[in-house]
Design a protein around this ligand. Structure first.
Ligand SMILES: CC/C=C\C/C=C\C/C=C\C/C=C\C/C=C\C/C=C\CC/C=C/C(=O)SCCNC(=O)CCNC(=O)[C@H](O)C(C)(C)COP(=O)(O)OP(=O)(O)OC[C@H]1O[C@@H](n2cnc3c(N)ncnc32)[C@H](O)[C@@H]1OP(=O)(O)O
Ligand SMILES: Cc1cc2nc3c(=O)[nH]c(=O)nc-3n(C[C@H](O)[C@H](O)[C@H](O)COP(=O)(O)OP(=O)(O)OC[C@H]3O[C@@H](n4cnc5c(N)ncnc54)[C@H](O)[C@@H]3O)c2cc1C
Length: 664
């Protein structure tokens, strides 16, 4: 029935102020107001309609993306939206496209690696979209191993130019988003060569296409790399290939904030760490963590609302059938994901603070916290995207058969999201960066240099290596100190165990290679500790609104205790908890699920998503699922005619043949 709220009973059960929780979720009252206004602006504009993406051909989808992007740009200008509002606008459009790379990587790369002069020249053009750019780093042969890139940028002192060249097939750029069909320019990463000397990988601004007719400039071969996973989904993006044939650019198009090449061809390195050339990736990894909470919360919102609508089997005392959300198995799978969405939100907020802090320090030539910022952004990007991709798939299964329908919104969300485990650094490769950082920190323990920031707990090694958890009853698992100590002991003991095993090898690099799997586990334990500790810090801060803090506490302990349960092997083998304490944790977890249950729908309402953004029949705000499933089915092109195209060629002859043989 239209207009009826099928989830009203669920909403009436809530024990907290949902409006205040919306503000906590958004980060501030101002952020909530911006998101609320912009999401409705986008939802009410028919140009941003998205239900037909799966049945569009690639070309239609791509053109539709161009149309949406152009319309968005027009509206952003007409309405004079601020940067913050424009970012929200593009996010609520919910269609991957070249603009993500233009604003998300091309512009930040120039800001981070360009000199003042270069910024003054290029940023106004990019900010007005008079040029459109992408980030061309990955090649056919190398993505993870950035130092292995093969494209060359050789300085020619006679002409004061760099010659950009792709010497082999594997040196072709391959994957950059926005490159295939749209970008006029790219920040290209290539090996800088001056006077025959290779100075490693540097960034260069390169024009690729004519600004008059969009044709590739002579010496440039460029195109799209082809269809990717899923219908619709990430195929709206023109990930591209690019080959250079001795293509020339002026010397001043090398991004020279970190190092320079003089008119004479002299290479001048500045005193800043060369790793700052990777700065754009650090920035994007940081934003990917906040995005993980967006993607996971969308999936969880769909699965929670649908689990409250869906009924299967009569309850034990007869009467109406049971809502599937009341099955403990459903709660055990769903509620930790709901808690994870909140956890990733808060760790994302913290990571944004860390990133801003390290950026300010770098500007003041303080490089001390750079390794930690790199380890945190790499590790949290890896941990949150892996958990989110798995979580979206779990939400699909939580919705039973209907979750497999495109109109559930979950297949497309998964197809769009899953490459986040690979782009901006393969998740295993990134955890190995964290592991290196941890091994370095452990090796320095006792040297007088106290670990700081997220490794501060390692400075308490004497205690953490010996301590026994003092949990005696289930409620002790609601004590933040006891929870933190268990996670710290587990993370430290895993890291120290890896370090001890490494020390048995004469060759450290060989030892590292042998122990890769254990090192990744230790890195994940460290990252989980960070997320738990930032969630605890959040609930210990000031939180307004009736019952809001209580709900966040429940979510925090669900997050921590489900991790304890999932990684019980780690906790037991490191003696961080005993089997009895683990069983008390499971008991406490069940109790927390029961406390969360009446608040589940209200907790996903607090995400404040429009039906447009959710894009899911199962996750509709009003819970009116069944009639809408029919409506969606009838919209499928296969239902345009009652008798399908192909009947006369392929079905009728089969049936007639059968009838003939039956008559014989
Ligand atoms: C249809 C729509 C429907 C629905 C939509 C729904 C949902 C969408 C939801 C969410 C979307 C989510 C997110 C969107 C947001 C943005 C994404 C948008 C598009 C994606 C675009 C992707 C772009 C890319 O992928 S760009 C390419 C990225 N490439 C990589 O990341 C490469 C990975 N490799 C590396 O980073 C490095 O090479 C390395 C592995 C780290 C290097 O290792 P190595 O040790 O060999 O390196 P070096 O010798 O160079 O370094 C030695 C030394 O330096 C330290 N180091 C390394 N990196 C850094 C750094 N960045 N900062 C500081 N320090 C660094 C290293 O640790 C060593 O230190 P030590 O010597 O001390 O050991
Ligand atoms: C959708 C999408 C968008 C992208 N957009 C861009 C873009 O805009 N610009 C751009 O430049 N690039 C882009 N990329 C490329 C992306 O950054 C790379 O694919 C990514 O960094 C992984 O590198 P790779 O493909 O070389 O993987 P590989 O390194 O070849 O990984 C293959 C396997 O080897 C393993 N492996 C690799 N090295 C190690 C190691 N040292 N130890 C243990 N295991 C290892 C990995 O874990 C993985 O299992 C994009 C990729 C995708 C999928």
């Amino acid at each position: 029935m239209e207009g009826v709220d099928h989830l009203a009973d669920e909403r009436n059960k809530a024990e907290f102020d949902v409006e205040e929780m919306k503000i906590v979720w958004a980060g501030s009252r101002h952020a909530f107001q911006v998101s609320n206004r912009i999401s409705r602006l986008v939802a009410n504009d028919p140009i941003f309609e998205k239900s037909k993406r799966a049945v569009m051909s690639r070309k239609e989808l791509f053109k539709n993306t161009l149309k949406k992007s152009a319309h968005a740009w027009k509206m952003i200008n007409e309405l004079r939206l601020s940067d913050e509002e424009s970012i929200r606008f593009r996010s609520f459009m919910d269609q991957p496209g070249f603009v993500d790379l233009h604003w998300g990587m091309f512009v930040p790369a120039i800001k981070g690696q360009g000199t003042e002069e270069q910024q003054q020249k290029w940023l106004p053009l990019a900010n007005n979209m008079q040029i459109i750019g992408c980030y061309a780093q990955t090649e056919l042969g190398h993505g993870s191993h950035v130092q292995g890139l093969e494209t060359t940028a050789t300085f020619d002192p006679q002409t004061d130019q760099f010659i950009i060249h792709s010497p082999t097939q594997t040196s072709s750029k391959w994957w950059p988003g926005g490159l295939g069909k749209v970008s006029t320019h790219a920040v290209v990463y290539a090996r800088l060569i001056t006077n025959g000397k290779d100075h490693g990988v540097h960034g260069f601004i390169v024009q690729l296409r004519s600004l008059d007719d969009h044709s590739p400039l002579p010496g440039i071969t460029v195109g799209d790399i082809g269809m990717k996973f899923g219908n619709g989904a990430y195929n709206s993006m023109d990930n591209g290939f690019l080959k250079f044939d001795h293509f020339r650019i002026p010397r001043d198009q090398m991004l020279m904030r970190l190092s320079k090449v003089t008119r004479e061809g002299k290479y001048v390195a500045s005193d800043v760490p060369r790793q700052l050339v990777y700065g754009t990736m650090v920035f994007v990894r940081q934003s990917i963590v906040s995005n993980a909470s967006n993607a996971l919360s969308r999936a969880v919102c769909i699965a929670t609302r649908y689990s409250a609508v869906r009924r299967q089997f009569a309850s034990q005392n007869g009467g109406t059938e049971t809502q599937v959300i009341d099955y403990k198995t459903q709660q055990n799978r769903l509620f930790p994901l709901l808690a994870s969405a909140y956890a990733f939100r808060f760790v994302g907020e913290w990571l944004k603070w860390l990133y801003t802090d390290v950026t300010q320090r770098l500007e003041a030539s303080d490089f001390a916290t750079l390794p930690e910022a790199h380890a945190c952004t790499a590790g949290l990007k890896s941990m949150t995207t892996s958990a989110t991709a798995d979580g979206i798939e779990e939400c699909r299964k939580l919705c039973g058969g209907h979750g497999y329908l495109w109109c559930s919104g979950l297949p497309e969300l998964f197809a769009v999201y899953v490459p986040a485990c690979t782009y901006e650094g393969d998740n295993v490769v990134l955890q190995l960066q964290v592991a290196r950082f941890l091994m370095k920190t452990v090796s320095q323990l006792g040297s007088g240099k106290a670990p700081a920031g997220t490794t501060e707990y390692m400075g308490r090694a004497q205690h953490l290596l010996k301590c026994r958890s003092s949990v005696k009853k289930a409620e002790d698992w609601l004590n933040p100190g006891m929870v933190l100590e268990a996670f710290e002991a587990r993370a430290l003991r895993m890291a120290v165990s890896c370090a001890n095993n490494l020390s048995k090898f004469e060759n450290q690099e060989q030892g590292f290679s042998e122990l890769l799997a254990d090192l990744v586990e230790a890195a994940i334990a460290h990252c989980q500790l960070i997320v738990v500790s930032k969630f605890i810090a959040k609930i210990e801060g000031e939180i307004k609104g009736k019952g809001v803090k209580n709900q966040l506490k429940n979510l925090c302990y669900i997050y921590a205790l489900h991790l304890l349960h999932k990684h019980l092997g780690d906790f037991l083998s490191t003696d961080s908890v005993t089997p009895e304490q683990a069983s008390l944790a499971s008991h406490q977890l069940r109790s927390l699920y029961s406390q969360l249950r009446p608040n589940a729908v209200a907790l996903v309402d607090a995400f404040n998503y429009t039906d447009h953004y959710l894009g899911s029949v199962l996750g509709r705000y009003d819970g009116n699922v069944y009639p809408k499933l029919f409506e969606e089915a009838l919209k499928d092109p296969l239902n345009d005619s009652v008798v399908p195209d192909g009947y006369h060629e392929y079905i009728r002859p089969l049936i007639k043949q059968h009838i003939r043989s039956a008559r014989l």
